[in-house]
Structures are given as structure tokens and as C-alpha cells.
Design a protein around this ligand. Structure first.
Ligand code: ADP
Ligand code: MG
Length: 282
């Protein structure tokens, strides 16, 4: 049984000289197993800070974060390290593959870190990589792969240890459009099938076609949450037929109403010329 993620009135302040920057301002939300969401908003709106707190890499200044029965925001450093290893998978724009390990070894590394490097784990790594179209590439080094292939290795690595929560910060920023669609589509399928919670920070609204909800941040606040399928498709530009890969839509697995706190449901999201950022998370 996978866990629900809840943030309750989460605030993150940074103190720079005499000034206080409120990067995340009173964000409450709830995400359920099997749900894949996009976290969007202009640069500086607090997305990475939010993701880093959910990952247990940053502590909230105020408020609480729970995954299942466990309160992430109360854990010690040692508890957080164990928690991240067990429960969380990460994928980043720069995929952080170990250059001297081959594809299979890069994925198995997560099993070793978790003390789960056994025959079964190795078989699952091969199965997952094959599923991601890398069955012929198991013994290649990262330098022998294309950008899209490397990103798919990173996705396999983020899933192999059976995490409840999978986080991706700009996973497609270095990919061309067709590859980006493929990567996010497969990622979405795996999140849904394996009943995990997936959160993807993205500047590319077209990638929202594969998510169940779009969470928009603005100036640290939760600006709106869109769960209506038609609104999500409009946001992703699917009514314009501008970039239409052959694809199917994912139904929302959990119905509606998982939102708490004050959320403006205006549905009008524009990201004014936001640049692609590099991840600043770890
Ligand atoms: P996003 O990922 O949406 O660009 P961030 O969470 O990176 O947003 O940043 C939100 C705000 O917090 C910005 O104003 C940013 O400058 C500020 N900020 C982020 N990290 C730090 C830090 N370590 N110290 C001071 N200010 C920070
Ligand atoms: Mg960011």
C-alpha cells in the first residue's frame, strides 16, 4: 500500500543579509498514489523549494509535510537520509548518471544503496530498462547513449527501489520535443501502473498532457490547481494540433477534490516567456 503525500501550510523563508525571502508561502496540498502532477510557474515562484522540502532535502520554516503516517518535516538528518533512500526517487535535467558504470549498473546502484541488490532486484532492473526501450543498451556507458536514452536510464534509476514518491525537476529540458514527449509519456505510464505519486516540475506546458493535475505556483503561493481534463489539454496546446505525437490520454485515477487550503480555481495559466532553468536542487 503506497502513501498519500500531504503538505500543510508549508512556508519556506530564506534569510539573505537583513532581508527575508518567502519562497513558499502557505502551501497546502494532498496527492494520492497513482497520481502524476505537474508543478508549473515562472522562475522564482518556489517550485524547486517546494520539491526540495517534499524530498526532505530542505526543512520548511513552518508547516508540516507527511508521507503516509510519517512526518518528513520532523525527521532528523539521519532519518531523512534513510527515508529518501527508501521512499523517494529523483530525476533531474542533468541526469547525474555515473559515467564509469554501464546502464544496468547505474540502475542497480539504487538497489545497492538500499541493501536490495539481489537476483530479483537485478531482474527487475533489466525488466524496467527493457520496458524503457533500453534492453539492447544494458552494457553501454552513459557516454555511448543519446540524451533521451540517458534520461530514460535516470527514470529507471528513480523507480527501481520501489519508491512511493517520484520527483522530477525539469526532466525534459535537455531533450528535443519528440524525445521529451516519449520520456514523459513512459514516466506517466510507470507512475500510473505502479501506483506511485509523481511530481514533475516543468517549464514546458506541452508536457502537461500526460499529467492528472497541474499545480501552478506564483510568488510562492499555490495559484491554481487544474484537474479538468479539457482544461489540461488546452493548457498543453492539444487543441492547436501544433505538436501532436501519437499518444493516448491518461484518465484521472482518483477523481477530484484532493485539494485543501485556499486555491484559486481560475484555470487561466500563462507562463510568460519563462526561461529553461538548470536544477539547483542538489
Ligand atoms: P523556482 O524553482 O520556481 O524558480 P525557487 O524555489 O528556486 O523557485 O526560488 C523561489 C525564491 O526563493 C526565489 O526568489 C529565489 O531567488 C529564492 N531562493 C531560492 N533558493 C534560495 C536560497 N538558497 N537562498 C536565498 N534565496 C533563495
Ligand atoms: Mg527551480
Amino acid at each position: 500500500m503506497k502513501s498519500t503525500l500531504a503538505t500543510k501550510n508549508v512556508v519556506k523563508e530564506y534569510h539573505v543579509d537583513e532581508a527575508t525571502i518567502t519562497a513558499v508561502d502557505d502551501v497546502s496540498l494532498e496527492l494520492h498514489p497513482g497520481e502524476f502532477v505537474a508543478l508549473v510557474g515562472p522562475s522564482g515562484s518556489g517550485k524547486t523549494s517546494m520539491l526540495a522540502m517534499i524530498a526532505g532535502l530542505l526543512s520548511p520554516t513552518r508547516g508540516q509535510i507527511f508521507l503516509g503516517g510519517e512526518e518528513i518535516s520532523q525527521m532528523s538528518e539521519a532519518q531523512l537520509t534513510a527515508f529518501r533512500r527508501r521512499k523517494i526517487g529523483f530525476t533531474f535535467q542533468s541526469n547525474n548518471l555515473v559515467p564509469f558504470l554501464n546502464v544496468q549498473e547505474n540502475v542497480e546502484l539504487m538497489l545497492r544503496l538500499n541493501g536490495r541488490y539481489d537476483k530479483q532486484g537485478r531482474e527487475r532492473a533489466i525488466e524496467l530498462l527493457t520496458r524503457l526501450g533500453l534492453g539492447e543498451r544494458l552494457h553501454n556507458l552513459p557516454s555511448q547513449l543519446s540524451g533521451g536514452q540517458k534520461q530514460r536510464v535516470a527514470i529507471a534509476r528513480s523507480l527501481i527501489h520501489d519508491p512511493d514518491l517520484v520527483l522530477a525537476d525539469e526532466p525534459t529540458a535537455s531533450l528535443d520535443t519528440t524525445l521529451a514527449y516519449q520520456v514523459v509519456e513512459t514516466f506517466a505510464e510507470l507512475i500510473h501502473e505502479q501506483n506511485r505519486i509523481g511530481i514533475m516540475v516543468t517549464h514546458d506546458l506541452r508536457m502537461c498532457r500526460y499529467v492528472d493535475r497541474v499545480i501552478q505556483m506564483m510568488d510562492g503561493k499555490l495559484e491554481s490547481i487544474i484537474s479538468d481534463r479539457q482544461e489540461i489539454e488546452a493548457l498543453a496546446g492539444m487543441d492547436s494540433h501544433a505538436h501532436t505525437p501519437t499518444s493516448h490520454q491518461h484518465p484521472h485515477p482518483n477523481g477530484t477534490g484532493a485539494v485543501r487550503g485556499k486555491v484559486k480555481q481560475n484555470g487561466h495559466i500563462t507562463i510568460p516567456g519563462a526561461p529553461v532553468m538548470s536544477p539547483t536542487m542538489i
